[in-house]
Design a protein around this ligand. Structure first.
Ligand code: ZN
Length: 627
């Protein structure tokens, strides 16, 4: 929590990156091509499938016994769903041929980094110790010159250099094919990743993938791991130093591309089993979620959702676990690389079913894992059958790998129960929709830091105009499941509907801004997945009725949290708004997502400006007027 400024810088880096895309976008694309692109990307039509259906209908009419056999075999009668999966380690530790290939150096502890003279023998570079400035990093990012490039851990304070490895970090990919549509879903154990990161990100990964593979979209989701390398830039050697390691990020892009290619190479026909559970049905996940500092309302997305892909030979290809809280159970003192509790979730699920397990987080805004900033004496301390008592002095848990793994195993139990009670999807049909989303980066802290030039990646518009965030929202229907994505840490009340789930403790705290429409109510499938930080991380997505942000004191370089009108009743100051790229994120993303799901711009007052935030929504509005 002492890293607010750092977190802000992190988000600034991301936003700036996004701004540069927007700039290029404007320059490179004429209006005509923009419109064509949107029309094309909005909805991948499956014309070939229609033809196959027609052929099947003809066969069914003329040859009933033959057709019956096909009807019982969903693989042959319709376009098939094909699924492939892979897991590629991206841990910056130890010998790795793909790292050696880049000319990457490894430090004395085994963690990757520029070579240094370890005068005090503590295993990590300390400011002042001599190091070999690798020109390879400077070639990728010229601001890396004379900067120590190594593995700084993201998410808490700066200067937290990795000193070893506990378990691997991964790029885990599932490639899905249906008819002419082929997409990749990739989960990475990072704090965040970006569509456009300048020298890294999804746009770079796309260039590394063979076009013959036909991957139309890459849905890259970050687990929001707080014990992995800085992929954003905020946690380097001090508040004004970039913590990113350019060569490593190039390596990561290549490994993600490799994981997608590997998954595409082992595509096979698959069925989908779906399941969902919650603490009432699965007590192993009860009492696991808390709100940051006790921020009201005490509302969570308590549902854990699972999607398991099974091949014809009944072997599991992949299992996706979708749950909703911050993976930070190793907290801020740890210096050993780990993917935190998702590691044990995946390990347990793979032990049970085989195949590749992916952990993808959902609506994690203001939701923390038990033991973080809101510890109470009656908190749950028993995980996987063992007690982990609070430390008497600090009144907080003792953050050990053993406790973290026990938490993961309890989450895995719920995932397995969800599937046990779940159902096979009646259809394997897949459809993907996509909408653009943009808005002003109105966080004064970000703009302030941008103007300071804290990071080389932050573009300060020469014409004085405001930088924009720019990203995508996806909506996928897959049989009896729907998946929507969100470009950051979505407050769960926005997913479920602010009207129903807003805070009731403090009427005077309501800003009067209209409530965002419920995303989940606009979904129609039985199983409703939410993929968070996918494909970008623009920080917290806070509902407007509760959004409070203090102006930044530029002279004092001070970023203050806004005081809640019910501070006296125990409501904490507003932390999340200091780490939110834009006050427009909540209404813009909720309204565009609902429009994408329903084909109509919602009539809610919160959505009246949505055309400004999305060409997709603007087109929908124009079409509605013509009708
Ligand atoms: Zn967070």
């Amino acid at each position: 929590m002492n890293a607010i400024k750092n977190e802000i810088q992190a988000i600034v880096a991301g936003v700036s990156v996004s701004y540069s895309v927007w700039e290029c976008w404007n320059r490179a694309l004429s209006d005509v091509t923009m419109r064509a692109l949107h029309r094309q990307s909005r909805h991948f039509k499956l014309e070939k499938n229609m033809k196959r259906w027609f052929a099947f209908a003809v066969i069914a009419l003329v040859a009933p016994p033959f057709a019956f056999a096909y009807r019982n075999n969903s693989f042959a009668s319709k376009p098939e769903l094909k699924v492939g999966a892979s897991a590629v380690a991206i841990t910056p530790f130890g010998p790795n041929p793909d790292w050696a290939d880049l000319g990457g150096t490894i430090t004395q502890s085994g963690v990757w980094g520029e070579k240094f003279g370890d005068r005090n023998g503590n295993g990590v570079w300390d400011g002042g110790e001599e190091f070999e400035d690798d020109e390879g990093n400077t070639a990728i990012d010229r601001n890396s010159k004379n900067k120590y490039d190594g593995v700084y851990l993201a998410g808490f304070g700066d200067k937290r250099l990795a000193a070893g490895k506990h378990d691997d970090l991964w790029a885990r990919a599932v490639v899905l094919e249906y008819g002419q549509t082929r997409i990749a879903v990739v989960a990475v154990d990072f704090i965040g990743y970006y569509s456009e990161g300048g020298y890294y990100g999804v746009n770079q990964i796309q260039k590394l993938i063979d076009p013959k593979l036909g991957i139309k979209e890459i849905l890259l989701a970050s687990t929001h791991n707080h014990e992995g390398p800085d992929t954003i830039g905020a946690w380097g050697d001090g508040p004004l130093k970039d913590g990113k390691y350019p060569k490593y990020l190039r390596f990561v892009d290549r490994q993600i591309a490799k994981s997608i290619a590997m998954a595409a190479a082992n595509l096979q026909p698959a069925r989908v089993k779906l399941g969902a559970t919650d603490p009432a049905k699965s007590p192993s996940i009860a009492g696991m979620q808390t709100r940051t500092g006790g921020r009201p309302p005490k509302f969570f997305d308590e549902e854990l959702r699972v999607m398991r892909f099974v091949a014809r030979n009944n072997k599991t290809i992949a299992t996706i676990i979708n749950w909703n809280t911050h993976p930070e159970s190793m907290e801020d003192k740890n210096t050993i690389l780990t993917s935190d509790f998702p590691h044990a979730i995946r390990e347990s699920v793979e032990k049970k079913y085989g195949g590749v397990a992916l952990y993808i987080n959902g609506a994690i805004g203001a939701a923390e894992i038990i033991g973080d900033t809101n510890t109470k004496n009656n908190d749950r301390i028993r995980f996987d059958g063992k007690d982990y008592p609070l430390d008497a002095k600090s009144n907080r848990p003792v953050f050990t790998f053993e406790r973290t793994e026990a938490i993961g195993r309890d989450v895995a139990k719920a995932a397995i129960e969800a599937l046990d009670r779940g159902a096979w999807s009646k259809s394997n049909q897949m459809e993907i929709r996509k909408a653009d989303l943009r808005g002003p980066m109105d966080n004064q802290g970000y703009l302030f830091l941008a103007r300071l030039g804290v990071f080389d990646t932050i573009p300060v518009p020469e014409d004085g105009s405001q930088p924009q965030f720019k990203t995508w929202i996806y909506a996928i229907t897959l049989g009896d499941a729907q998946i929507v994505t969100t470009p950051g840490e979505l407050f769960p009340e926005i997913f479920y509907g602010v009207v129903k789930y807003k805070r009731s403790d403090c009427p005077q705290a309501d800003t009067g801004e209209p409530p965002e429409p419920s995303i989940r109510d606009a979904m129609t499938a039985k199983y409703r997945f939410m993929f968070g930080l996918c494909p970008d991380e623009f920080g917290y997505i806070v509902p407007r009725y509760d959004f409070r942000r203090e102006p930044v004191d530029v002279k004092k370089m001070q970023i203050k949290r806004a005081v809640d009108p019910c501070k006296e009743k125990g409501a904490p100051n507003h932390y999340h708004e200091t780490n939110s790229a834009s006050s427009a994120l909540a209404p813009a993303s909720a309204c565009v997502t609902v429009a994408l799901l329903t084909g109509k711009v919602p009539a809610d007052p919160a959505c009246k400006d949505v055309a400004k935030h999305s060409d997709f929504a603007s087109d929908l509005q124009k079409q509605a007027k013509i009708k």
